[in-house]
Design a protein. Structure first.
Length: 665
């Protein structure tokens, strides 16, 4: 199936180069844009003929649609939110427009003159519908752009040869090209539209709807809307899909079998389950949509949603799992550390839903170990037990992360100090909270240490690496956590000793310089029904500090509960939600110097200066939410991202300062 919408998506680039000079066409009466909802029969002018522009029905079996209300309006709104003059952004889009035209029309066409006739105030459309007469799967695909004048568009393309009238008001552009493009009379805001598709049949089939119906419809509420419809494809090709996927288990057995019964059986089970899920999902799925909206008040909102029309698939069942649990963030969410760069919460699920997947994964791993003859059967079972789900049903969770401040050092850092800075800068810290007692998670941590240290795994590894490299094998042990965390706390420590410093590109290090990496996973019980895990590099002092700040009863001043910029989450009703920020970028750019070579230093310095002077320092939260609606039998899930003016002003500052897309101060 031809699924490409041609290079039309290139118009989505906001800026890609310096602003080009714009050629203004001479205004004529024929160039006056028509208002939306204009009469169905176009009014004749001295230079242009009247054509029948009455609406036509939607093509049969549309499977994809894209609409952009007005590129100019979207960029103006973005410029207002990001504090950027829209002219450079428009210049970048005009440059992308010329590239698009150069790809779809003959090389003999004056694309600059043709681009000057394109109206960026008018909607952009793209459409794909299934072929009805072909026995093979296929689709008609085309896109259209508004034109200010038929006659001026014809003049712009005359260098490629005479235009050919394919039908009333539809003129094919001449010359050799990999696609077919026509200039067609249009209803709506512009008197004409450019319509392009891979083949002439694509254009003649879809052009009437793209030019006579879509331009007069209200369209989606968002600025940009992409819609993928599954039902027409499933109705047409569902039986073919079912026939094809039935062969997956046979193919998997032939291609992936190792000759180990446990592994081979798991491969067939996995392929069978995948085939069943593909068929069930295709039958259940209704529509996938993506929307982007820009406005001066809320600035950016982008969303993706999946609508189902059945509940037979695993995905559909997960989406429709007790949507009534949606609501404001759980209490544990607000206990995350105040300096978190990102925090997200979830409602949990039923472990039974994941058991078949985990069981198959367990058999695959155990089968591989048996095939390569590493460890005993008891060792293999111990590894398999790591796939046991460590939490109960509907356990609410929160996850947070951030970056540690790299401590200042007087004078030159030692190789070990450089190694510690690398760990702090790149790994940072992570925190996870669970509304459940600590017994299951503590058991899981002990299993991890036990499995790693089993003789059946350690001996073959040391033998393979040899005496010298074996010294650098990470050492894993578990024991009581720091006393401040309580008597039932745990510390899973991972130490990598005797690592040659030159392997890390540490400046000034010699072959004799050896460094140690240290990683800790701390478990803290917070009463009988709440547990915290913290992970970070270096000494565990910073992790202890954050765990104690998150613990029930600690002052809110050390948590995100004291932040005043998270009100949208307090008022929300979601299945899961959270925020992220660009703060880690601000804090870690200094470490890039130690990774990038001298040729990149100037670029890094420029980026660092731009980041250091961002008006809001990347601290403004960008919200991500997930919600569930519809019914149990036909659920709908949505994930949305919203960015406020302050967040976009930081992005706009980077665009201006770095001169991206020709946008300069």
């Amino acid at each position: 199936m031809r699924t490409s919408l041609l290079p039309a998506v290139a118009l989505l680039a906001l800026a890609c180069g310096p602003s080009p000079a714009t050629v203004e066409p001479t205004k004529t009466p024929a160039d006056t844009p028509k208002e939306k909802g204009a009469a169905q029969i176009a009014v004749a002018t001295p230079t242009e003929t009247a054509y029948d522009l009455s609406p036509v029905p939607e093509p049969q079996d549309v499977v994809a649609f894209f609409g952009w209300k007005s590129p100019a309006a979207t960029l103006n709104a973005f410029g207002g939110c990001a504090a950027i003059s829209p002219e450079p952004l428009m210049g970048g889009v005009e440059g992308e427009l010329r590239k698009l035209l150069r790809d779809v029309v003959s090389s003999n066409v004056d694309v600059r003159s043709l681009a000057a006739v394109v109206s960026l105030d008018a909607p952009v459309f793209a459409l794909a519908s299934l072929e009805t007469q072909s026995k093979r799967p296929g689709a008609f695909v085309a896109f259209s752009l508004g034109l200010t004048s038929i006659e001026k568009a014809k003049m712009a393309v005359e260098g490629a040869g005479p235009v050919t009238e394919l039908g009333p008001g539809m003129f094919r552009i001449g010359g050799r090209s990999s696609s077919t493009c026509v200039i067609a009379a249009s209803a709506g805001a512009t008197p004409a539209r450019l319509v392009c598709g891979p083949k002439e049949k694509d254009v003649t089939t879809l052009a009437p709807y793209l030019t006579r119906t879509l331009p007069t419809q209200a369209g989606a509420a968002s600025d940009m809307h992409l819609e993928v419809r599954f039902a027409p494809a499933e109705a047409r090709y569902g039986s073919l899909l079912r026939t094809q996927v039935q062969g997956l288990p046979v193919i998997a057995q032939a291609e992936l079998s190792l000759g180990e019964p446990k592994f081979d059986r798991a491969v067939v089970d996995a392929a069978t389950g995948l085939a069943d899920e593909i068929v069930a999902f295709a039958s259940d799925a209704d529509k996938l949509t993506f929307d982007v909206a820009m406005d001066p008040a809320t600035c950016l909102r982008a969303s993706a949603s999946l609508s189902m029309r059945g509940k037979n698939s695993w995905v559909s069942g997960l989406m429709g799992e007790r949507p009534e649990r949606a609501g404001p963030p759980p209490a544990i969410f607000w206990r995350a550390p105040k300096d978190s760069a990102s925090v997200f919460y979830g409602r949990g699920s039923d472990p039974k839903r994941f058991q078949p997947l985990l069981r198959t994964a367990r058999l695959l791993v155990e089968g591989v170990l048996a095939k390569v003859n590493v460890g005993s059967e008891a060792d293999h079972r111990a590894v398999g037990e790591l796939f046991d789900w460590p939490m109960g049903k509907d356990v609410e969770t929160v996850g947070a992360n951030g970056r540690n401040e790299v401590p200042e050092v007087k004078g030159k850092r030692t190789p070990q100090q450089e190694a510690d800075a690398l760990m702090n800068g790149y790994i940072g810290w992570g925190l996870a909270g669970y509304e459940e007692g600590s017994a299951n998670l503590a058991k899981q941590l002990r299993k991890i240490a036990d499995v790693y240290n089993r003789k059946g795994f350690q001996d073959p590894l040391r033998k393979e690496l040899g005496p010298e490299l074996s010294k650098a094998i990470p050492k894993v042990k578990i024991g009581p956590g720091p006393a401040a965390l309580g008597s039932d706390s745990l510390d899973l420590s991972i130490r990598m000793e005797n690592v040659p410093a030159p392997l890390l590109d540490i400046k000034g290090a010699t072959k004799k310089d050896l460094v140690t990496f240290e990683l800790h996973v701390l478990l803290m019980s917070d009463g009988k029904s709440r547990t915290w895990l913290a992970l970070g590099g270096g000494k565990p002092d910073g992790l202890v500090k954050r765990l104690l700040a998150a613990k029930t009863g600690a002052p809110d001043a050390g948590t995100i509960a004291s932040r005043t910029d998270l009100e949208p989450l307090r008022r929300g009703t979601f299945m899961g939600a959270g925020f992220m920020s660009m703060a880690p970028l601000v804090k870690n750019l200094e470490r890039m110097k130690d990774v990038l070579g001298p040729r990149e230093d100037a670029r890094v310095e420029q980026l660092m200066r731009a980041v250091a002077t961002m008006p809001h320092q990347g601290d403004t939260p960008i919200f991500i939410t997930s919600s569930s609606s519809g019914t149990v039998d036909a659920p709908r899930g949505e994930v949305a991202l919203t960015a406020s003016k302050a967040a976009l002003e930081d992005i706009g500052w980077l665009i201006k300062t770095l001169g991206v897309g020709g946008a300069r101060r």
